[in-house]
Design a binder for this molecule. Structure first.
Ligand code: FAD
Length: 385
C-alpha cells in the first residue's frame, strides 16, 4: 500500500494516522478536513471552552513529524473505487479511512439557532451567553444539559424544552432521567414539549405557543456525516456499515468514530457510538485492518458527561439488560446498573461514583454473575458483589 487518504481531521482521523505510523506504515498519507482548524477535541467545547476557562482544545498533532500532507479546509465530495473527489480535485488512494464524524440535527424555521459541534460554534455561542440573556435550549440530552449548565453558571435566564418525559430520557430512559430533575433548579424546564420551529425572537412550540428567547441552542442529536458518500458503492445504514474489523463494503476502506456503524461481536448487533472513547480506540483496529493484520474492534462502550456540577459516566450497552437497580438515592452520589436476565452486568451509569464505573466496566468485560442483593447496597464495592 503506497497511499492512504484519511477523510475527516477529528480525533478518529488523527488517531488513525498515528496508529498507521506506529504500525510501521511508511507510505504517503493525505489528511483532508472540511474545517480550517488544525485537529481539536470536542468534549471541552461544551465545558471549558463554553465556560471561558479555555479558548481552544487543539490536540497534539504534528503533521510534519508524522509525514502527513494535511489539507485543512478541503472537503471530500464523493467516492468511487480508488478515488476520493474533493473540493480541490481528485485523490487516488490504495487505503481509505472514513472519519467524517457527525453533523447536528436542526429544527425547522427561519430564526437563528446555534448548534454546538465545532470550535467556531462554541466560540460564537459563548459570546452570546451573557448575564441576563434569555437562553432557550432545545433538548435535555447530553449536549443540552451541558449548555444549560454553562448558561446558568454565567447568569443567563435558562429555558430548556424537552420532548421526552425527563432529561436524558432518550439516552438512558425516563426513570433515570427523572433522578436528574432537581439539578434543573432555577431553570424553566418544560418536559413533554416539542418545538415546532425557530423563529426570530424565540421558538414556536407545537400547539402554537411562542416562547421568547435572545439565544436559541439546538441540542437534539446528530446524524452521521456521510452525505458525501451518497451514490458511492459502499453500504450505508445509519453511517458507514463495517464488519468487526471496521472494514467497509468497498475494498481498501475502513471507517472509524461517529460515522461508523460496526458489527459488535460482544453484543451481536450493529453499534454506532457517538462518543470520544470510540474515536480514540477504534483507529488502532482500523489501521491494523488496512495493513492486512487481524484485529477486532469489540469494546464495552464508554462515555462521560459533566453537568450541573456532577460527573456522569456510563459503560456498557443497556439494551442488553433486563432489569434496572440503583446503588444509592437520587440526592447524593449514586449509580444505576442494568442486569441481564442471568444477573450479569449489562451497563452501568454512575453519578459522582467513579470507582463504580471503573469496577463496573471490568465486570462487564469479565461477564461474571453478580449478587443483586449486595449490588443495591452502595457501601459494598461493586467488585465484591
Ligand atoms: P468528529 O470529531 O466530528 O470529526 C470529524 C471531522 O470530519 C470534522 O472536523 C468534520 O468537519 C470533518 N468532515 C466531515 N465531513 C467531511 C468531508 N466530507 N470531508 C472532509 N472532512 C469532513 N463524548 C464523550 O464521550 N464525552 C463527552 O463529554 C463529550 N462531549 C462532547 C461535547 C461536544 C460539544 C461534542 C460536539 C461532542 C462531545 N462528545 C463527547 C462526542 C465526541 O467528541 C465525538 O464522539 C468525537 O468527536 C467523534 O470524533 P470523530 O473524529 O469521529 O468525529
Amino acid at each position: 500500500m503506497n497511499h492512504v487518504v484519511v477523510v475527516g481531521a477529528g480525533l478518529a482521523g488523527v488517531r488513525s494516522i498515528e496508529a498507521l505510523r506506529a504500525r510501521g506504515f511508511d507510505g504517503a498519507i493525505t489528511l483532508v478536513g472540511a474545517e480550517r482548524h488544525r485537529p481539536y477535541d470536542r468534549p471541552p467545547l461544551s465545558k471549558a471552552v463554553l465556560l471561558g476557562a479555555s479558548d481552544s482544545s487543539y490536540v497534539d498533532f504534528d503533521a510534519d513529524a508524522l509525514r502527513v500532507d494535511f489539507r485543512p479546509g478541503v472537503g471530500a465530495t464523493s467516492l468511487r473505487p480508488g478515488v476520493v473527489e474533493t473540493t480541490e480535485g481528485e485523490l487516488a488512494y490504495d487505503g481509505l479511512v472514513i472519519a467524517t464524524g457527525a453533523d447536528p440535527v436542526t429544527v425547522p424555521g427561519e430564526g437563528q439557532q446555534h448548534v454546538l459541534r465545532t470550535l467556531d460554534d462554541a466560540l460564537e455561542l459563548r459570546a452570546r451567553l451573557v448575564p441576563g440573556a434569555r437562553v432557550l435550549v432545545i433538548g435535555a440530552g447530553w449536549i443540552g444539559a451541558e449548555v444549560a449548565t454553562a448558561a446558568r453558571r454565567v447568569g443567563c435566564e435558562v429555558i430548556v424544552v424537552e420532548a421526552g418525559a425527563a432529561p436524558l430520557a432518550q439516552a438512558v430512559g425516563p426513570e433515570i432521567g427523572a433522578r436528574t430533575l432537581s439539578w434543573y433548579d432555577g431553570i424553566d424546564l418544560r418536559l413533554e414539549t416539542m418545538v415546532g420551529s425557530v423563529e426570530e425572537g424565540g421558538v414556536e412550540l407545537v400547539g402554537g405557543e411562542f416562547v421568547e428567547a435572545h439565544v436559541v441552542v439546538t441540542g437534539i442529536g446528530v446524524r452521521p456525516a456521510v452525505e458525501w458518500l451518497a451514490g458511492a458503492e459502499i453500504d450505508l445504514h445509519n453511517g458507514v456499515v463495517t464488519d468487526e474489523h471496521l472494514r467497509a463494503s468497498l475494498p481498501g476502506v475502513v471507517a472509524v468514530g461517529d460515522c461508523a456503524a460496526w458489527w459488535s461481536r460482544r453484543y451481536g448487533t450493529r453499534l454506532r457510538v457517538e462518543h470520544w472513547d470510540t474515536a480514540l480506540g477504534a483507529p488502532e483496529v482500523a489501521a491494523a485492518t488496512l495493513l492486512g493484520e487481524e484485529a477486532v474492534y469489540d469494546p464495552v462502550p464508554y462515555f462521560w458527561s459533566e453537568q450541573f456540577g456532577h460527573m456522569l459516566q456510563y459503560a456498557g450497552h443497556r439494551e442488553a439488560g433486563e432489569r434496572l437497580l440503583y446503588r444509592g438515592g437520587p440526592e447524593g452520589k449514586w449509580a444505576a446498573v442494568w442486569l441481564t436476565g442471568d444477573d450479569r452486568l449489562a451497563a452501568v451509569l454512575t453519578v459522582d461514583r467513579p470507582r463504580d464505573l471503573v469496577q463496573g466496566r471490568r465486570l462487564i468485560e469479565a461477564g461474571r454473575r453478580l449478587d443483586a442483593n449486595r449490588l443495591v447496597d452502595p457501601d459494598i464495592s461493586l467488585r465484591d458483589c
